[in-house]
Structure formats: C-alpha cells, structure tokens
Design a protein around this ligand. Structure first.
Ligand code: SAM
Length: 244
C-alpha cells in the first residue's frame, strides 16, 4: 500500500512535458495504429517477447510498467504478477489506459514518483527510442527495484530496427553508414508511421548497454525473437536482475 501512497503524493511532478504523445490527436492515431492498424504485428511481437522475458523470472509481485502508453501490454504483465502499475507522461494515452485498468498514473520515467526498493519488477516496452534520457530511466528503474528484482525491456533493435537498417528484397536488411548518426533519426527519415509524428531518439547498441556498466543490474537473458519469425530481428528484449 505504501507504493500507492507515493504515487498519489507525487504524481503531478512531470519535469518534461510530452509534445508528441501528449497531443490528443496523435495519441488517438497511435492507439488505433498500434491496436488495429499497421502497427498491430509489431505490438504482437512485443507482447510475445515480453511473455518470453517473464519465463526467465517466473511470477512476480508488484510490477511497474514504465512508459505504459495506453496499456497494450498490461494484460501480459498481469498474467505474470499480482499487481501492476503503469506510468506515462501522456495524459491522452493514460486516459485510455485508465478506462481499462486501475493503477495507471501520470509521471516521468526519469523521475519516478516511487519509493526506493519497492517494486518487484520494472517493465518498459518500446521506450528506448522515446525517452530521451535512457540512462536515467535505467537508473530510476534500479532505484525502485527490490534486491533481486527484475528489469524487463523490449525495444526496437538498435542494429536492425532503425533508419540505418533498410529492408531490401527477400527480407534482407542492409545497414548503412547512418547507424550512429543522430540526424538519421529525425522525423524526415520516417515518412510514415509514428516516428514521423513524434520523432525518435538515436539508438545504438552502445547507448543501449552503456547505463548498465555502472549499475548493479546483471544481464539475465537476451532475446531477439529469432524463434518467432525468420529474418533480421527488429526487436531486442533483455532481462536484468538487481544483484547489489
Ligand atoms: C512508443 S510508446 C510505447 C508505449 C507502450 N509501452 C507500448 O509498448 O506500446 C512510448 C511511450 O513512452 C512514453 N514516454 C516517453 N517519454 C516519457 C517519460 N519521460 N516519462 C514517461 N513516459 C514517457 C510516451 O508517452 C509513450 O507512451
């Protein structure tokens, strides 16, 4: 119950207002794109990888879904836990999430309104390219986890899920020299889909793993979903355990 208390006390403190998903129009578009439109297969792949991640850590108690959006993965999380909270800084997306679930709150992933050492597992899906301060998200996740707690991440694959990875004939991918170029991640590189509307943070493998070097989070499992389908992976899932 003390976790709920914290959420109520500090839920209004969002340091970085969301200009992308914070727009009602974009939130509406994103919800239908990802739940019933062209983004649906990707959403299903994320859910499948999240299921696989949970097999590494088995059933857990309280889970916090950081950057939960409209809550597309809360059902999966519920199957593996006894209590789920979701946090996001997009009010329109949270409005949708709260119609289906209780326990969703407004807040900043880089300044979680949660007590130290109070969460059994943190989940975050598809936030690597959205939360500018990735390293801070990871350190905040570490702070709120109990000892031996779990961090489950499903993200666009840094190597094969960005603008440098051009899908070519036969399902192959050609990785261009733009791999580490921040400008390649501008909205103009994504003429269709969510990135053209909300922009995107550059992703490289280095940026993904860097925050963990100075943490007490240990890599427990890594999955690129290669068993789910053929071809280069567009997603990367990792499971970390807090081992102080
Ligand atoms: C691509 S969406 C992913 C939503 C959901 N997790 C999913 O898998 O569909 C990225 C989400 O991150 C949220 N987000 C971005 N920066 C954030 C921050 N600093 N604090 C909280 N949420 C943030 C956005 O509002 C959005 O809901």
């Amino acid at each position: 119950m003390h976790v709920l208390h914290w959420l109520t006390e500090r839920a209004h403190r969002v340091t970085s207002p969301d200009e992308g998903y914070g727009s009602t129009e974009i939130a509406q578009w994103y919800t239908s794109y990802s739940s019933s439109g062209k983004g649906r297969p990707l959403r299903n792949d994320v859910a499948a990888l999240l299921e696989i991640c949970f097999h590494s850590c088995s059933r857990v108690g309280t889970v916090l879904d950081v950057g939960c959006g409209y809550g597309p993965h809360i059902d999966v999380i519920r199957r593996h836990s006894s209590r789920v909270f979701g946090i996001d800084r997009s009010l329109p997306l949270l409005g949708r999430a709260s119609r289906a679930y209780d326990g969703v709150i407004y807040g900043d992933a880089t300044r979680l309104p949660i007590q130290d050492g109070s969460i059994d597992a943190v989940v975050s899906t598809m936030t690597f390219t959205d939360v500018g301060e990735w390293a801070t998200l990871i350190s905040e996740a570490e702070r709120v986890l109990v000892n031996d707690g779990w961090l489950l991440l499903v993200s666009p694959h840094p190597c094969f899920g960005g603008p440098a990875a051009q899908r070519i004939a036969g399902g192959d991918v050609r990785v261009s020299g733009a791999y580490s170029s921040a400008s390649a991640w501008g909205a103009s590189s994504f003429p269709r889909g969510i990135r053209s509307k909300v922009g995107s943070q550059p992703t490289t493998l280095e940026r993904y793993f860097e925050p963990f070097h100075s943490s007490n989070l240990r890599l427990w499992d890594l999955n690129e979903g290669l068993g789910l389908k053929d071809g280069p992976p567009s997603l990367l899932a990792t499971v970390w355990r807090l081992c102080p």
